[in-house]
Ligand binder design. Structure first.
Ligand SMILES: NC(=O)c1ccc[n+]([C@@H]2O[C@H](COP(=O)([O-])OP(=O)(O)OC[C@H]3O[C@@H](n4cnc5c(N)ncnc54)[C@H](OP(=O)(O)O)[C@@H]3O)[C@@H](O)[C@H]2O)c1
Length: 329
């Protein structure tokens, strides 16, 4: 069959995202064909598009995208007792690139069924981001009640979920944002101390809020523009986590810089935390439970047609939107 796709034939600006039609064969044994209803735009799609990940990312030509959801149309061989059926709504994240398409064949063992209570749009907005928040807050550093935590880009897609989930775990949340509107938004989500980091030095403010001590954990998805100061406001024996590079990659620095405060640094990726199927289902179930009961919410900042992927990339890079941008094939 033919299906719609967005392809990248050269690294570059949003204009390199071009619509085309591709041929899709029958699903192989162990695979299902999914008719996709929503495709998520995640910030990693931008890194892939501009070639920021160098040897670690895809090389043109490729179809970008690491997450989508939809309905199973065809079951491949060997899936009779898989628990999956034609008509099931399913989602996936991080099964390699290639999600900016109308239909896709996918390995059945990496799919997760969507609960009835959740819309396709909310799952597209929150799934990969929510799995990320889960490992950051509950595994890499286990947030404890009363912890003061610093979350950068708190009004972004991951940021919004991080703020609410950290609050649900009992943390006191300090969040950075680039303007006053975003500050008001994160405050409504429960952020105790929003900091507009384009107007004041966030590390000075964090040290002031913690009586000079600093925070036990910094969740830094901004990277180059913030990480040095993130280390400055991490308290002794704390951990500074650089999990994203929206402003560019962190410049190399001497390991010795960590010595005086016995700091830890981590540069994690979601892929490793959901590689085991049991971890994937654990995190998915916890996320879906919080979304279904309204304890976590996320704004869908824009819904665009699949062919408008370039516009979606412009929105996420311009920093003008708060929440998630999704594409409809
Ligand atoms: N390692 C992992 O496992 C993992 C998994 C998922 C996502 N991530 C990371 O999490 C972050 C958030 O992802 P997302 O998809 O939800 O995107 P997003 O938060 O919707 O967008 C990124 C945010 O970064 C901030 N930012 C700071 N400097 C920027 C710059 N120079 N250009 C653009 N934005 C800048 C902006 O917020 P302000 O305007 O308020 O500064 C912007 O809203 C990304 O860095 C992503 O790579 C990491």
């Amino acid at each position: 069959m033919r299906t719609r796709a967005i392809q990248i034939t050269a690294f570059g600006g949003p204009e390199v995202l071009q619509a085309c039609d591709i041929e899709l064969g029958e699903p192989a044994p162990g695979e299902v064909r999914v008719r996709q209803s929503c495709v998520a735009i995640n910030f990693v799609d931008v890194y892939h598009r501009i070639g920021q990940l160098h040897g670690d990312g895809p090389k043109p030509a490729f179809i970008p995208g690491v997450q989508a959801n939809g309905v199973i149309e065809v079951l491949g061989e060997g899936l009779e007792s898989s628990g999956l059926s034609v008509g099931d709504r399913v989602t996936y994240a991080n099964i390699g690139i290639g999600s900016y398409v109308g239909h896709r064949n996918l390995p059945a063992d990496r799919l997760v069924k969507i609960p009835e209570a959740l819309s396709d749009e909310i799952v597209a907005a929150s799934y990969l981001r929510g799995l990320t928040a889960h490992y950051l807050l509950k595994r890499l550093y286990k947030v404890q009640p009363g912890d003061k935590v610093l979350i950068h880009a708190a009004a972004g897609g991951v940021g919004q979920l991080m703020v609410q989930w950290a609050k649900a775990l009992g943390a006191i949340v300090i969040g950075t944002v680039s303007n006053e509107d975003k500050a008001a938004l994160v405050q409504r989500l429960g952020c105790d101390y929003p900091i507009v980091y384009t107007q004041e030095n966030f590390a000075d403010r964090v040290l002031q809020l913690t009586d000079g001590e600093g925070v036990p954990v910094v969740y830094d998805s901004v990277g180059r523009d913030t990480f040095k100061d993130s280390l400055r406001c991490t308290r002794a024996m704390g951990i500074a986590i650089n999990y994203g590079t929206a402003s560019g990659q962190v410049e190399p620095f001497p390991l010795q810089d960590l010595h005086s405060k016995s700091l830890s640094v981590c540069r994690p990726t979601l892929r490793t935390w959901i590689a085991k199927q049991s971890d994937l289902h654990w995190a998915s179930n916890e996320l879906f439970e919080l979304l279904s009961t309204g304890r976590l919410r996320i704004d869908v900042a824009a819904q665009l047609k699949l062919e408008e992927a370039a516009q979606g990339h412009r929105l996420i890079e311009d920093r003008n939107t708060a929440g998630a941008i999704i594409l409809k094939p």
